[in-house]
Design a protein around this ligand. Sequence first.
Ligand code: FE2
Length: 177
Amino acid sequence: MRVMEAVNLQEITEGIRQSVKPVSILWQAPDSVAFVARGRPGRSEFHVDPSDEVMLMIKGDMHLHYLTPEGEEKVLLLREGEIMYCPAGTPHSPRFSPDAFVLVLERKRREGEDDRFRWYCANCKAPLYEAVRHVTDYNSDPVSRVYEEFYGSEQARTCRQCGHVTPRPETASPGTR
Ligand SMILES: [Fe+2]
């Protein structure tokens, strides 16, 4: 058995502040993955994954946008010190500032399970782009990788329905700061 260790969340958030990486992985086990993330400027996509997620705001507030099964967009305000449950398969978009921090608990992906990252047109709401990944290791920071893919391609950001082009965030791409 692996030796059990306590993790100090204050130390983890300080470490992220001083790092270029926006995420710190606490552990990855088959039924339990834990990480702390700071907000990403320009986070706009909806993440759909096969695991339940539990989110606890350690510092600052989050606006968690999500889509109901009928496709209606709702926003949950999750304040510092509050915790919430996001059922598997719910498209969700965690929007919070780079000096705010969330603790996320989920489970490791199983064989054949994919994570989907979907962007919608801000002008007409049409589906814009979807990146699909089989996430085997959170240390690879899959969110940053798909943001590079989306913002790096004008074609991906151009709406086929209305022609609107989603601009790049004013700051560096969400994964790089
Ligand atoms: Fe559009």
